[in-house]
Design a protein around this ligand. Structure first.
Ligand code: NAG
Length: 395
């Protein structure tokens, strides 16, 4: 249709710089023919471009919806963005991609989110006492209060403690008080608990749901009770119900001259403990709750001892420490936030965790040991309390 020269000229004409250089342009003879030809040519090019645009749009839409198999093959030569895997079907700047992926991940349910943990905004004040035994502390202020978190239904554990290390109200000449701290349990018998409390006057119950993930609430309820119902006590201990507690050794330790009366918190201290991010773990903590990879140094929750000025401070500071479900690590966070530090016990070997076997001599030297059952506690305690020397060497 065109000569090679014409073709290149037409193309140049589209950029509009040929006119001056082309002498033919000025000839009036062919002017009419030329301009109508140019009009049709430009019209044709425009229509072609429009069709191409339309085709491209149709292809793109169909592909991103993942349908239109026939169109897909037809369009395969086009530089169309095909959605791949979980990537969003639109362009994402690499800087924002991470955030989007995070958002996708966050929509997956995990154990803690399926049952969302109630941020207690610290806060024991969000709950109220169902049973509080407010008078037990006021009559005769104890030297040491043992606060034992326990499930409402676990009467066996309470009875074992009442028969063993919670039995004596005076130890080494010091007044002691042992109390059990409960939340609400859907299945528990309210009347039975009230009867149990009438008999022993040792139950403290708050109206939060008593679950493993709510242990931080329980710990802060313990602190609240100590601060508001028992401020005159000198020391307190949070001690789990599955523990062997050598109460004599504990009181002897607290009576030592060097033991501080304020800002004192001791037990089995753990530093550089990594936060568990595995969702299947019992101790899983999501990053939204606690972003740091390590916990601050904290006292293991099985049994820690503190001067009784601390509970009020802990309750106060907990308003500004975001709660998470690891109660002892949370106490570590609160202590850190208060600008305080933990104190090593005078004898580190007295705070023990798991025991492999009962040894009368060894159990007479420690303060804590973790046990397997309430029966074991009664069994070991009975033996430990038998008259006669504990250790062969000294006897
Ligand atoms: C914690 O206790 C609150 C108050 O009773 C309750 O609403 C929430 O479901 C409990 N959380 C868990 C994880 O049990």
């Amino acid at each position: 249709m065109f000569s090679a020269q014409n073709g290149s000229r037409q193309r140049l004409e589209m950029f509009g710089d040929v006119k001056e250089r082309n002498p033919l342009h000025k000839k009036p003879l062919c002017h009419g023919k030329k301009s109508s030809f140019r009009f049709w040519f430009q019209f044709l090019v425009l229509v072609c471009l429009l069709l191409l645009c339309l085709f491209y749009t149709v292809c793109n839409n169909t592909l991103s919806r993942g349908k239109g198999v026939s169109v897909q093959s037809t369009c395969s030569w086009l530089p169309v963005q095909t959605p791949r895997g979980n990537a969003p079907p639109y362009r994402v700047h690499p800087k924002h991609r991470l955030a989007l992926n995070d958002m996708n991940e966050n929509t997956e349910p995990h154990p803690a989110q399926q049952q969302p943990v109630q941020y207690h905004e610290a806060y024991p004040h969000n709950y109220r006492f169902v049973m509080e035994n407010a008078e037990v502390c006021k009559v005769n202020s104890p030297f040491l209060v043992l606060m034992v978190p326990v499930a409402p239904s676990n009467v066996a554990a309470r009875d074992a403690i009442r028969a063993t290390w919670g039995k004596d109200q005076v130890v080494q000449g010091k007044k002691l008080l042992t109390l059990f701290v409960l939340g609400l349990d859907k299945t528990h018998d309210v009347e039975k608990l009230q009867q149990e409390n009438q008999q022993h006057n040792d139950l403290i119950q708050s109206n939060f749901l008593d679950t493993y993930l709510n242990l931080t609430i329980k710990t802060m309820v313990i602190m609240d009770w100590l601060a508001t119902r028992c401020p005159a006590a000198a020391y307190a201990m949070k001690v789990d119900s599955d523990m062997f507690l050598n109460i004599d050794n504990l009181v002897i330790m607290l009576k030592k001259p060097g033991i501080p009366q304020n800002n004192y918190l001791t037990g089995m201290l753990k530093g550089n403990v990594p936060v568990i991010r595995s969702k299947n773990s019992k101790w899983y903590v999501p990053e939204e709750m606690y972003p740091e990879p390590l916990y601050p140094t904290y006292p293991l929750g099985m049994g820690y001892v503190f001067s009784n000025d601390l509970p009020a401070k802990l309750v106060e500071v907990s308003k500004s420490v975001k709660p998470f479900n690891i109660e002892d690590a949370y106490i570590g966070m609160c202590i850190k936030k208060l600008g305080l530090s933990l104190t090593s016990p005078p004898d580190y070997s007295q705070f023990r965790d798991y025991n492999t076997r009962y040894d009368r001599c060894e159990f007479s030297k420690v303060i804590t040991y973790i046990l397997d059952s309430s029966e074991q506690l009664i069994h070991y305690w009975t033996d430990y309390k038998k008259p006669g020397p504990h250790c062969k060497e000294s006897g």
